[in-house]
Design a protein around this ligand. Sequence first.
Ligand SMILES: [Zn+2]
Ligand SMILES: [Zn+2]
Ligand SMILES: [Zn+2]
Length: 450
Amino acid sequence: MIKRLNRDDYHRWASQVRNTGGCRQPIHLRGKVEHYDRATGALLHRYTTRTEPDGVLRVPCKTRRASRCQACAETYRADTYQLIRAGLIGGKGVPETVTAHPTLFVTLTAPSFGTVHARREHSGKVKPCHARRNADTCPHGRVMSCTERHHADDPRLGEPLCPDCYDYTGSVLFNALAPLLWKRFADSLRRALAKAGGLPLKDLPCHLRLSFAKVAEYQRRGVVHFHAVIRLDGPDGPVTPPPAWAAVGALTGAVQHAARAISATAPAHEGQPARNLRWGTQLDIRPITLDGDLTEQAVAGYIAKYATKAAECVGTLDRRIHSTDTLDAFNLRDHARRLITTCLRLGALPELAELRLAEWAHMLGFRGHFSTRSRRYSTTLGELRAARERFVRTEEVTHGRPPLFEEDTVLVVSEWEYAGKGHSLGDALLAAALTGTSLSTPQQSAGSCP
Ligand SMILES: [Zn+2]
Ligand SMILES: [Zn+2]
Ligand SMILES: [Zn+2]
């Protein structure tokens, strides 16, 4: 810290750090940008990192994961919020008439893989976890009852009453097949809507489009479920209304049908037969309204929040696990450890090779995208970023950085190379003080998650 503070270029370094918005692990770039006049070939402007502190430019890491960089994840969260909201009420290029399109907020859950500790509330009072008067004793000698009123931070929440009875295989297979289940659900939804409109499936796009935005959330027990905004548009997306028959009622019926109708099969392995996995019985379907119980702000906030989280909520790791890693070093709770070792064990079986469970063990088997949208849902993250970068570029002119030229009269030659990542400990302390961000890593415990 003292060394950095005493350097002549401290102020320039501090300005770079401020421009990264408090990114905890900025990328270091070495290189140059040159602007030439296309007509004369004259050099109009040159920017090089050679004169920057340490000869590098620091740029934000742009991660989505709050466990890696809170500042960049916050940007991602805010962008996601804006684009989900635009898909509900218009804005950012989406017409306001979209509010009249039938739109549902749907939660598709995972089935049960065994009884887990749970916090139940009834009219504001916490109820006992699993109070059973004449509870059975499982083959491992554990009584299948828990009378505790668990605190919201209790690390046992989501953990099985008997880990030896718990279906760890089912849990990781479900995670591995969840993206396929979602795809089949969306296909089945289209078929059900075509049927409701009396149309052959191939004609559906001429009348109706299904737009959605979805996010995967890890439940504490370590399985994913999906929250999705599902909206009906006309043939040209949000700018056209859907046909009159495609109302909220028809969409609700189609969702109910599709959620029950589909399944995905895990191949037979280790002497066990092939296994059919489907969504859990808990299916939540709620219409989104501007003034009702479930408003567009609530939905956009909810989806955006989960878009920056991953499996670390369950107490697992936020990076790939290598075969050379010893899990002992990570101080995992037994439940997370069993989920990971199940992935590693099943991942080694040739019958299940295509599920790539070992590679995705840190995600407890899930290898899908956390946050996805259909093409015509609303604006894209890329467009939002580009808009922000245009703004930043305008700002930079006032700070003596590359000026704005008319794009077609100027030739831009740039050369960049990766020159590292992150801060030294002293720099990190100064950066946190400069940007008012926190230095600490969010705790990898169940308690830190909603
Ligand atoms: Zn960052
Ligand atoms: Zn309990
Ligand atoms: Zn048991």
